[in-house]
Design a protein around this ligand. Structure first.
Ligand SMILES: [Zn+2]
Length: 135
C-alpha cells in the first residue's frame, strides 16, 4: 500500500533528523559553540550564527503548547478518513517547539499544557513521522 499524503523530502540540513525518526529517535541540533538547542534544523545557530553543531536525542517528552482541530479534509481524497484530527505545537522539554499531530486520544481530550510523549508512525521505509500521544 502506498502512502498518498505529502511527505517530507530530507535535504542536507534535515537528513539526520529524518534518519533519527526512522530509528525511533527524536534528534535536535545543539550548537557546538554556544550550546543553544534548535529546531527545525538550520545551518547556522540563530543565537550565535555558528555553523558548529551536534545532534542530541530529545527526551521525547513535552507539553501541548497550542493546537487546532481539522474537521474539513484538504485535499479531500487523502485526508477524508482522518478528520477530525489534531495539528499541534508541542513544547519539548529541551525548549523548542515542534509542529505535529496529537494521536491516541480524541480531539476533545486535548488540553493546553497536556503532557505528551513522542511516538513514531512509519509512512514509508524511509520516512517515519514523529507524532505525540498523551503521557
Ligand atoms: Zn550558537
Amino acid at each position: 500500500m502506498t502512502y498518498a499524503k505529502p511527505l517530507p523530502v530530507p535535504d542536507v540540513e534535515t537528513r539526520p533528523f529524518w534518519e533519527g525518526c526512522r530509528e525511533g529517535k527524536l534528534l535536535l541540533q545543539r550548537c557546538g559553540s554556544c550550546g543553544h538547542t534548535r529546531f527545525p534544523p538550520t545551518h547556522f545557530c540563530p543565537n550565535c550564527q555558528s555553523d558548529q553543531q551536534t545532534w542530541v536525542e530529545s527526551s521525547g517528552r513535552g507539553r501541548v503548547f497550542s493546537w487546532i482541530v481539522v474537521r474539513h479534509p484538504v485535499p479531500r481524497d487523502v485526508y477524508a478518513g482522518d478528520v477530525p484530527y489534531v495539528v499541534a505545537l508541542v513544547a519539548l522539554e529541551e525548549g523548542v517547539r515542534i509542529a505535529t499531530n496529537i494521536v491516541g486520544c480524541t480531539p476533545e481530550e486535548v488540553t493546553a499544557d497536556m503532557p505528551v510523549k513522542v511516538t513514531f508512525r512509519q509512512a514509508t521505509p524511509e520516512i517515519s513521522l514523529p507524532l505525540f500521544e498523551p503521557s
